[in-house]
Design a protein around this ligand. Structure first.
Ligand SMILES: Cc1cc2nc3c(=O)[nH]c(=O)nc-3n(C[C@H](O)[C@H](O)[C@H](O)COP(=O)(O)O)c2cc1C
Length: 241
């Protein structure tokens, strides 16, 4: 992240604030669901989480990063993300660009980069670049050179996309995520989620934002969503094996 920041500074001066999750000193999210059922400010840790949410809200871009522990996201980062579960239900970061990064000694990058990308997407961000490094390689000149090339490319993309400030066009999986949330929210009448979706006319929409959508992807997502809804209504779902 520091290398990416340095490359960004060389392209265009940027104000970057680092938030170290460990230093937030938040306990484990106990799953009280107050953020979902009542509102985010009812979170028992809102005094800490609220200001972080505000900083993220005010930023033009987000960089989410984590070391890799046991071939997965760290417990620390997973816990942090759990405090923002409400933002998956009530996303607001549309137009905000994001980059995701991961550091392992050797392996597990894809799982972590995928998780961070899905998280930022679910909050409404457009994820414009990903980068994962292996710390055991960072003494090797050839690797250092490649790492800098990747960082340069990520920084360039990040700055360019922030400057452009256009809403990203959703991929098929984003349309499906939207439809899944839509199906769920339709059944939550009277909840903050439902109110939030009604206010934005999302319950009958095809996506959160009014951006061009690939017509085939739009049709497929709509068809699968209707089938899902029918299946849920009839209780056709099966336990996972
Ligand atoms: C509990 C724990 C689990 C780890 N699991 C993995 C792993 O699954 N794969 C891997 O490549 N590195 C693993 N690591 C190494 C970390 O990813 C590495 O320490 C981190 O990226 C920081 O790099 P550095 O120690 O070289 O500064 C693990 C480290 C710890 C402490």
């Amino acid at each position: 992240m520091r290398i990416i920041e340095a490359k960004m500074q060389a392209i265009h001066p940027v104000d970057v604030e680092y938030i170290f999750v460990q230093r937030l000193n938040i306990p484990f999210c106990d799953g009280c669901l107050e953020c979902i059922n009542i509102g985010e400010s009812s979170c028992p840790e809102y005094a800490t989480i609220g200001p972080v949410a505000q900083k993220m809200d005010e930023a033009d871009g987000l960089m989410l990063g984590s070391p890799i522990h046991t071939f997965n996201i760290t417990g620390l980062m997973k816990n942090f993300v759990e405090y923002f579960m409400y933002k998956r239900n009530r996303p607001s970061f549309f137009g905000k660009k994001a980059v995701v990064t991961a550091t392992a000694s050797g392996g597990g990058h894809t799982v972590v980069l995928d998780f961070l990308e899905q998280t930022a997407n679910a909050w409404g961000c457009d994820v414009v670049a990903r980068a994962g490094i292996s710390s055991t390689q960072t003494k090797k000149p050839k690797y250092i050179e490649r790492m800098h090339e990747v960082a340069e490319d990520v920084a360039q993309t990040f700055v360019t996309e922030i400057r452009k400030g256009e809403l990203g066009s959703p991929k098929f999986r984003h349309l499906m995520n939207f439809r899944a949330m839509q199906n769920m929210t339709r059944n939550q009448q009277g909840s903050p989620n439902h109110r939030y979706w009604v206010e934005r006319d999302w319950l009958d929409a095809e996506y959160y934002t009014k951006v061009p959508i690939n017509p085939l992807a739009r049709l497929m997502a709509g068809y699968i969503a209707r089938k899902m809804r029918k299946g849920i209504r009839k209780g056709n779902q099966k336990p996972y094996r």
